[in-house]
Design a protein around this ligand. Structure first.
Ligand code: NAG
Ligand code: NAG
Ligand code: NAG
Ligand code: NAG
Ligand code: NAG
Ligand code: NAG
Ligand code: NAG
Ligand code: NAG
Ligand code: NAG
Ligand code: NAG
Length: 719
């Protein structure tokens, strides 16, 4: 063959090793060298005249590689004015967040978990240079995540969950027959992934090593011996440092694994942080596994795939990416409530707040959120909409009294009633309130004398639904009537005090639309404040972690009397009630669980936690949560927007959540409950047979807690 023929053959074969003898001669040939130089020059000129648009390259695609997604995200430089605006808004809004100074160093048992000085880090971020705006945002985002406080978060829709990265192999932590715990690929992994990811599943089928190609399903249940060549718990614990959301280390370990969730219209599946990620930062993971019934050890490398988020806005290139996803919208900021036409006000009232996308509850219209105080977890991932596979659903249909996130069942023993409660919010407050009462009365009429309340992945919701559920289960007692929740306090810095002054002295909220209006709240004797009362006072001056801080007087409850008629007596005896969850029970779910556990002695069970880690049955207590847009409405409505302490209008498409009221403790009534211990009574082992199967879990938990059966590892036998 002459050189030309050899070169042609070489060039056509892309697998050809261009350095072997066979090819080298063709690349060293003068003509080829010239050809290459010319090609490079042509490239360089075209690249200079039109830089590569990494966003245009992925526009319109549902699935891309993480590298493609982050190349697009990294293509925007920091705009100094925008960066300054974001830091200023965030910094001035945290003046209304109750926990800032506590979070500099939380007391035990969370001393090792929470030690974030927001002011210090914001000053650092202000001075720091970043290669891209995405890098700047990640620093800001993780600074807030380090609070491990699901109420206090900063989310930028330009970057967070714009693309969500997935693996088809969610993991679970199981307890084996010998009592040892191991990480496995979830037995339902393939059912979940093939239903949710459709044709994209082929990508992973093909990515498996030759021997396993097309056999993704055979990974179901596989024992995971290593993740990236290390003990799997290295990855689990690394995730606890970035996942945020919960103070407790154990709960953040649990966030790594998959779990179930009762949604408003069905049973849903949480993939867990291993198989679902907010940012496209990881390209692939190497797993060392032993498949079920196989004696060989397989090493597989699974690439992550990034899916265009359900809340993301379509784009065609980097300019439209930015215009549609990154800039403030007409809903990012608050409104002067009295400067709107009544039609505009009405329309806005029907829509959820912008932060609702990330609140871990069904979307609630603004007018309901204004009427009923809310305490709810915010995550950077929207609430899951991945279905729990049918085979894992409770077999018996739920009772007709069920509504939305509240589902009622009777176990086969005819003595255990189940309330599966995925949230303390639903579209209709009253319907949820009635359903809880009717459902509990129904299971009682069917013979239930004992009750399991499953609040797995319950991110909270209406404060008064938490009080209501506590009150109707327990009946009227000093611990439920009139206060069935926690007394609270509100941070009362100068801006908060000014807003109150405008309302009480200048009558700037005649229609009682604002959160700082005294008539919405009660004092520590549960007496409502009058319209003129300077309700934050007397102030409490505190020094927290060396910082001067100021809080309002102690506040009582605003939920009772309820609009719905109460049952004459409590519906269940506290000793016959057990609350179960995966520890991921937050906000209003914490208000309910804490009062039930600490005041009534109700037992708590956490499902499937690591044995050597103390499990907390709930976390992120708060008292009432709110967000930047809502606070901006308070500021604009009271004409304080020009004040030097007021945050300017936000220019980016961001949301910021904060804790507005902080609940007082039960064991230590003078300190916030937020930092007090919530140890679960039982850490219930999950097995291949029970994991992510609510009915199997309820049956085995019921046998153990009510009938004194020994806990698994011994697999519970059917009667
Ligand atoms: C966004 O793009 C997807 C896929 O190209 C399309 O199905 C969808 O209708 C578009 N949405 C809007 C609001 O244009
Ligand atoms: C944040 O606000 C405080 C006042 O509350 C101020 O002292 C500080 O300089 C601000 N930090 C930044 C980074 O702007
Ligand atoms: C493993 O083997 C057992 C016993 O032969 C069988 O019942 C089971 O279905 C097998 N599991 C899988 C995933 O192949
Ligand atoms: C915001 O703009 C959208 C369309 O761009 C419009 O439908 C909506 O009514 C506006 N909302 C407000 C509060 O003005
Ligand atoms: C529950 O509702 C369904 C559908 O409305 C009805 O067919 C069924 O009879 C009801 N069951 C009971 C026990 O009332
Ligand atoms: C529960 O009640 C059903 C219907 O009344 C009955 O068929 C069943 O035998 C009962 N189960 C037990 C364990 O008593
Ligand atoms: C909410 O539910 C209550 C009780 O079921 C019902 O009376 C009311 O009409 C519902 N409200 C709306 C807006 O659907
Ligand atoms: C609450 O207000 C009532 C009525 O003004 C007053 O009598 C009571 O002392 C107040 N309670 C507290 C704890 O301040
Ligand atoms: C709290 O501190 C402020 C000044 O920061 C002071 O005016 C006020 O008197 C103090 N209140 C109490 C109860 O000590
Ligand atoms: C803020 O100040 C500017 C300039 O002094 C003034 O034009 C504007 O009306 C003020 N806005 C409010 C909401 O008070």
């Amino acid at each position: 063959m002459d050189w030309q023929a050899r070169c042609d053959e070489c060039m056509q074969n892309i697998e050809c090793d261009k350095t072997n003898d066979h090819c080298e001669s063709c690349f060293s040939h003068d003509t080829m060298v010239w050809l290459i130089i010319i090609t490079l020059l042509a490239w360089a000129t075209s690249a200079l005249s039109s830089p590569l648009d990494y966003c245009a390259a992925i526009a319109g695609k549902a699935w891309v590689s993480p590298l493609q997604a982050r190349s697009c995200m990294h293509s925007f430089p920091v705009e100094p004015e925008l960066k300054h605006n974001i830091i200023q808004v965030v910094n001035r809004t945290i003046a209304l967040h109750a926990s800032v100074n506590y979070q500099i160093s939380a007391p035990e048992p969370f001393r090792n978990d929470v030690h974030e000085d927001l002011h210090k880090d914001l000053a650092r971020i202000l001075d720091q240079e970043y290669a891209s705006e995405f890098q700047f945002h990640q620093d800001l985002f993780h600074t807030f995540r380090r609070l491990n406080d699901g109420h206090c978060v900063v989310i930028n829709r330009c970057y967070d969950s714009l693309y969500i990265s997935y693996l088809p192999t969610p993991l679970v932590l199981l307890t084996e027959a010998d009592g040892k715990q191991n990480i496995h690929i979830a037995p339902e992994a393939f059912a979940v992934a093939s239903a949710e990811f459709g044709d994209e599943i082929k990508f992973w089928q093909d990515a498996l090593p030759t021997k396993l190609q097309g056999q993704l399903e055979s990974l179901n249940g596989a024992l995971v011996l290593a993740i990236n060549d290390q003990d799997p718990f290295v990855a689990v614990n690394a995730n606890t440092l970035v996942t945020g959301g919960y103070q407790s280390f154990g709960t953040r370990q649990n966030s790594f694994f998959s779990s179930y969730y009762r949604g408003q219209s069905g049973w849903l599946y949480q993939m867990g942080n291993f198989a679902q990620q907010v940012h496209p930062l990881t390209d692939a993971v190497q797993l060392t596994i032993k498949r079920v019934n196989s004696s060989s050890i397989d090493i597989i490398t699974l690439p992550y795939r990034s899916r265009f988020g359900s809340a993301s806005k379509n784009f065609t290139d980097s300019a439209s990416y930015r215009a549609n996803n990154c800039l403030a919208t007409n809903e990012t900021n608050g409104l002067d409530m009295y400067a709107q036409t009544s039609l505009a006000l009405q329309q806005a009232a029907e829509k959820p707040l912008p932060i609702a996308t990330f609140q871990q509850q069904p979307p609630v219209p603004r007018k309901e959120a204004r009427k009923h105080a809310m305490n709810v977890l915010v995550d950077a991932l929207p609430l899951t909409n991945i279905a729990l596979p049918e085979v894992l659903h409770p077999l018996t249909p739920a009772l007709n009294e069920s509504y939305s996130v509240a589902q009622f069942y009777m176990l086969k023993d005819n003595t255990t009633g189940i309330l599966a409660l995925g949230s303390f919010s639903a579209a209709n407050f009253t319907a949820l309130q009635l359903s809880l009462l009717d459902g509990l009365e129904k299971v009682r009429s069917l013979g239930a004398t004992q009750l399991l309340v499953d609040v797995t992945n319950n991110g909270g919701g209406y404060v008064c639904i938490a009080h209501w559920l506590h009150r109707i289960i327990i009946g009227s007692k000093s611990t439920t009537d009139p206060q069935a929740g926690l007394d609270t306090t509100i941070r009362a810095g100068p801006l908060a005090q000014l807003i109150v002054q405008r309302i009480i002295k200048d009558h700037m909220d005649p229609d009682t639309l604002l959160s700082y209006n005294p008539t919405q709240w009660t004092n520590a004797s549960n007496i409502p404040f009058t319209p003129e009362s300077d309700w934050l006072k007397p102030l409490r001056n505190l020094t927290i972690n060396g910082q001067e801080d100021v809080f309002s007087q102690r506040l009582g409850q605003e939920c009772q009397p309820f609009d719905v008629e109460l049952p004459k007596k409590g519906l269940f005896e506290a000793k016959n009630v057990v609350i179960i969850s995966n520890g991921r029970c937050a906000s209003s779910c914490s208000l309910f669980s804490i009062t039930m556990s600490k005041l009534e002695g109700v037992r708590t069970v956490v499902l499937g936690g690591k044995q050597s880690t103390q499990q907390q049955y709930c976390g992120v207590v708060g008292g009432q949560s709110t967000d930047f847009a809502t606070m901006d409405t308070e500021i604009k409505t009271t004409h304080l927007k020009n004040h030097s302490l007021a945050p300017p209008d936000l220019l980016a498409n961001m949301v910021q959540g904060i804790t507005w009221r902080l609940g007082y403790g039960i064991d230590d009534p003078l300190e916030p409950e937020e930092w007090q211990d919530h140890p679960a009574d039982i850490n219930f082992p999950l097995t291949m047979e029970t994991v992510n199967r609510p009915i199997a879990i309820w049956e085995s938990v019921s046998k153990m807690v009510f009938n004194n059966f020994a806990a698994p590892p011994f697999v519970i036998q059917e009667p």
